[in-house]
Design a protein around this ligand. Sequence first.
Ligand code: UD2
Ligand code: MN
Length: 316
Amino acid sequence: MRLRQSVHFFLLGMFVGLSLSGLILLSYTSSWFRNQQTDELGGTDIVSMTPWLAPVVWEGTFDSILIDSIFKQQNITIATTVFALGKYTRFLKDFLESAEEHYFVGFRVHYYLFTDQPEAVPEVKMGENHHLTVRRVPSLDRWQDISMGRMEIIEKLIKNELANEADYIFCLDVDAKFYGRWGAESLDRLVGVIHPWFFDYPRDQFSYERRPESQAFIPAGEGDYYYTAAAFGGSLADVHHLTKTCWEQLNIDIANSIEAIWHEESHLNKYFLYTKPSKLLSPEYLWRDISISADQVKIIRFSHVAKNYAEVRPNF
Ligand SMILES: CC(=O)N[C@H]1[C@@H](OP(=O)(O)OP(=O)(O)OC[C@H]2O[C@@H](n3ccc(=O)[nH]c3=O)[C@H](O)[C@@H]2O)O[C@H](CO)[C@H](O)[C@@H]1O
Ligand SMILES: [Mn+2]
């Protein structure tokens, strides 16, 4: 009798054990599990969660109605910086008109537009609770200086003016256009956007600054994602710290007569390597018009327009 009981127990144990190992094996090999894998394969996998558990926002990962209702209760204001100096004022009309169609519709938005030609700012009808403030800034001779100088201006704007005016801030390139919703799903403490050219590249092909002499230096084998400087954001405190740090690092480079390969974008990537963003936006949030038909994204929300560099930039 006791022997039969032991045999029964043994068989039951075998059955449970085999079932469990089968389940584990299945979950390892299933595509669901692979999708949850991090970038151990070199950053090529498209994931909806980073290895430090920050969400990566793609179409299908959120419920826009639910997200809107959560953030609406908080009565938040989103400050948004845009720069248009020299010939880049030509991008303003499309940028602003398309933003008014798709960007934080129904939320309070305050655009801070920095330009050397306030008279060239087009008249664009703002939606309800959307406001535009135009600020004059001096012209600069080099596009790189305009682009990098944004860090200083944003840092000062947050420090001197925004404390009681806004809750979140996004900093966007002007040579871009909205095609789809960009809403409250993008809000978080510190938000980076995955660069549309590099999201499916292995890490060692990212165009990080590779010269140790620059403060933006990232050694081979390090790095999580390659982020664009054309869009980033977060809470005022976090973006203040980011812009302040990047501006300081840019100035150390200037003092050492070195300019990082992709200017403030290189410094931003260095910053995000050691201060991880709490949320990442997929390349849906910054696509590239010149390959607009690519089927790698389900929806294009914001996209860089094609431009003739030699024609629009003050230098080459
Ligand atoms: C897709 C992407 O990651 N874009 C980045 C990239 O190239 P981009 O080629 O997109 O840089 P860009 O020419 O758009 O310059 C960045 C921004 O500076 C402003 N601007 C520039 C020149 C000018 O004459 N007037 C003017 O107003 C404008 O707001 C523009 O959007 O690298 C730049 C620095 O290397 C910035 O980091 C950009 O964000
Ligand atoms: Mn740009």
